[in-house]
Design a protein around this ligand. Structure first.
Ligand code: UDP
Length: 330
């Protein structure tokens, strides 16, 4: 019973591959290495370099390795890029997911776990936001993921195929054993940017918006440790293998931190000060988005192990220092 992990050379996918191989599962990673790294694939996993939309290749992988579950991470994730290149995002995230699903159905793969996002909610105005809230994405990125959720639901209704879609809130941190972490060169995510400022890789950083109706005027987000997120997928896999019905779950901690609180946590955890400029709002940012997590806790039996913002930022910083060292050596 081998698991196919698409995008397994990327940030979240590589943590998933580690979690699976640590649990003794056989893993094949399919990644086209456009944003992923060969080194990020665990030694115990098999890497196939290729595209998720290559139905012939995916069909061969399914047959050759006896794939019984697919965990699909491969895709594009930069929200502002999706605004300037919507068709690129619909192609990469929606059209290619459709091809992967078609290969899964043709190959008789019964289970599918999909990387969805809190961006499907848009600006929910409800805190915490539940899975049954109205879905109103504010970017092509969010819409591209929502369209895939809809295709999954229709596919599950028509075929012997069950799925779980996990809606990620703000994913952060790094493998506690230091084996992987967020390595994307053009970072836009808050904790990564703040850690780069703490290492001196960038001269400073900006806070986007200080006039939101929140605790201190800066945006509030629910930050989940990447290893807890990977464990949520393991719980979803167990749930599907036990014959349970397709469903959608939020992945977060039900606890929000403001941008300012996160920056303070990075400064405290690292003992480094860096320049922070207060600037204008970034287009499309909801004021606050925090996950309701009773559903995933009750239905999948998932419990976080790393729900500690200080630890999350400390591990993200340790990874940033590792990358800086790696570059010096490499
Ligand atoms: N943010 C910021 N400065 C940065 C990067 C992000 O103030 O350099 C803010 C951003 O405006 C948002 C929050 O931090 O309010 C989280 O942004 P991120 O891009 O990490 O995740 P998002 O919530 O957009 O998915």
């Amino acid at each position: 019973m081998t698991v196919l992990v698409t995008g397994g050379a990327g940030y979240i996918g590589s943590h998933m591959a580690l979690e699976l191989t640590d649990a003794g599962e056989r893993v094949v990673v399919l990644d086209n290495l456009t944003t992923g790294f060969r080194w990020a694939v665990p030694p115990k996993a098999t890497l196939v370099v290729g595209d998720v939309a290559d139905e012939k290749l995916v069909g061969e992988i399914i047959a050759d390795h006896g794939i019984k579950a697919i965990i699909h991470f491969a895709g594009s994730i930069v929200v502002p890029d999706s605004v300037t290149d919507p068709l690129g995002y619909y192609h990469n995230n929606t059209v290619k997911s459709r091809a992967l699903m078609a290969a899964a159905v043709a190959g008789g793969v019964p289970h599918f776990i999909f990387s969805s996002t809190a961006a499907v909610y848009g600006n929910p105005g409800e805190e915490p936001v539940r899975e049954d809230a109205i879905l109103k994405p504010m970017s092509p990125y969010g819409t591209s993921k929502l369209m895939t959720e809809l295709m999954l639901a229709d596919t599950a209704a028509a075929h012997d195929f069950s799925y779980v879609a996990l809606r990620y809130f703000n994913v952060a941190g790094a493998d506690p054993q230091g084996r992987s972490g967020q390595s994307t060169p053009r970072a836009t995510h808050l904790i990564k940017v703040a850690c780069e400022a703490a290492t001196g890789k960038r001269a400073g950083m900006q806070v986007f918006g200080t006039d939101y109706p929140t605790v201190d005027g800066t945006c509030v987000r629910d930050y989940i440790h990447v290893s807890d997120l990977a464990r949520a997928h393991l719980a979803a896999l167990k749930y599907l293998r036990a014959g349970n019905k397709s469903d959608v779950f939020n992945c977060g901690y039900s606890r929000g931190y403001s941008v300012q609180q996160v920056i303070d946590a990075v400064k405290t955890a690292t003992g480094r000060d860096f320049k922070v400029d207060l600037s204008e709002r970034r287009a499309g940012d909801p004021a606050a988005i925090v996950a309701a997590t009773d559903k995933i806790r009750e239905t999948l039996g998932w419990q976080p192990k790393h729900d500690d913002i200080n630890n999350i930022v400390a591990q993200a910083f340790a990874w940033e220092e590792h990358l800086a060292q790696f570059k010096k050596c490499g």
